[in-house]
Design a protein around this ligand. Structure first.
Ligand code: F6P
Length: 406
């Protein structure tokens, strides 16, 4: 393998440059050239878009700073439709012109789908990233494609073998995070802590909305910032119990901080405060205001009288305030964990291409008491997709009292 391409697709995360840097570092060791594709898959669709040579003389270009957020290559949410053979052909031709022998796609679920049609034309590997942590890369040891078999005749005492084909299920999953998630959670947890002081000082109810689409992982993990109540899309919001819970918190501490996922749903499964896919010209669900919807609910149900009784000079509308953290979670520098971890996965993605493995996902898995870099078959992951979001989250995990100081 003489030259590989790398692209970043989907929404940005703070750890993308770290992934690219890890990939370039590994490629430098193997004396493989790396061409950066501009603006994700859309850079392959337009032959006028130039590429970037990321390692002339097998040295990373100085602009590639792994500690910087965003992506030096630019990103887009344009993917190649697997049914559109004409476009796939054009993209494959462009990669051929660039003389790349393999492609590393840095992305999430959309990117994994987007790289599939290309996998018939050249080796492709996904280096995962998403702040949402919804890639379903939550495996147990048994779900790995590879395993170690004890073998005393071998100097290492074991041999690594490929596991026979097997279906894997939800039970196989363990907690695993995607690069970008930790930084997003760091930002949201810090926001909860900072907003609490205002909520506390003014005896208000703060509702903080975090990203994550229809996955509640960011909201759940924001438990580290110790909000009083967490709402996730996996558990529909019921007005009565929610209001009771808010009152219970107010009784004790006179203020409350709620952390809500942008994709929370009501008991009918309707996304609260969202513009539905049918209303959006592009056909996407637009998450416009889950926190606002919760505020409306609380203003109606708690009412001004409650706040008057509490001798506050504010109406319910003023005493309940909303903050949407939004893209702050995706921006800025990655925290150290994300930076390190993303670089490892970038390096592993290149390693997989060098080993001749492709159409797979680079992963860091916890096995036999330690973390190991490994791979997962991309199709297995895609086949499994339908179930991932339907996975009920364990109530004990998102019970915020578990995270309260004793
Ligand atoms: O998938 C990452 C994510 O940040 C989601 O959490 C969020 O819903 C979405 O992207 C926002 O996308 P955009 O930046 O395109 O508005």
């Amino acid at each position: 393998m003489k030259r590989i391409g790398i692209l970043t697709a989907g929404g940005d995360t703070p750890a993308l440059n770290a992934t690219i840097a890890g990939a370039v570092q590994r490629a430098n060791q193997a004396r493989v050239e790396v061409f950066g594709i501009i603006k994700g898959f859309s850079g392959l669709l337009n032959p006028q878009v130039p590429h970037v040579h990321l390692n002339p003389l097998f040295q990373a270009i100085p602009e590639l700073d792994p500690t910087r957020g965003g992506t030096i290559l630019g990103a887009s949410r344009d993917y190649v439709d697997s049914a559109d053979t004409e476009t796939i052909g054009r993209v494959a031709e462009r990669l051929k012109q660039l003389k790349v022998d393999g492609l590393v796609c840095v992305g999430g679920d959309g990117t994994l789908n987007g790289m599939q049609p290309l996998s018939n034309h050249l080796p492709v590997v996904l280096a995962p990233k998403t702040i949402d942590n919804d890639l379903g890369l939550n495996y147990s040891n048994e779900a790995s494609d590879w395993y170690r078999e004890p073998d005393s005749s071998h100097p290492k005492g074991y041999v690594t073998k490929k596991r026979p084909e097997r279906a894997f299920g939800l039970d196989d999953m363990i907690n695993y995070v995607t690069p970008g998630f930790a930084t997003a959670v760091y930002v949201s947890s810090l926001s909860v802590q900072r907003i609490r002081t205002t909520a506390e000082s003014h005896r208000r109810i703060a509702i903080i909305e975090v990203m994550g689409r229809d996955c509640g992982m960011i909201s759940l993990a924001t438990a580290y910032g110790q909000p009083d109540i967490i709402l996730v899309p996996e558990s529909p919001v019921e007005a009565g119990p929610l209001v009771d819970q808010v009152h219970a918190v107010l009784d004790v501490q006179k203020h409350a901080v709620l952390c809500v996922s942008e994709g929370i749903v009501d008991t009918q499964g309707q996304i609260l405060g969202a513009m539905s896919a049918s209303q959006d010209p592009a056909g996407n669900i637009q998450y416009t205001g889950a926190a606002q919807a919760v505020k409306r609910l609380l203003v109606d149900q708690i009412g001004d009288a409650f706040f008057t009784r509490q001798r506050r000079n504010e109406s319910a509308n003023a005493a309940i305030f909303v903050r949407k953290i939004g893209h702050t979670q995706r921006g800025g520098r990655p925290i150290l964990f994300d930076r390190f971890y993303a670089s490892q996965l970038g390096g592993k993605a290149v390693e997989l291409l060098l080993q001749g493995l492709h159409n797979c996902v680079a992963t860091l898995q916890y096995r036999n008491g330690g973390f190991v870099l490994d791979s997962i078959d991309a199709n297995k992951l895609r086949d499994h997709w339908g179930n991932i979001h339907a996975r009920p989250l364990s109530p004990s995990f998102y019970d915020p009292t578990r995270f309260q100081p004793s």
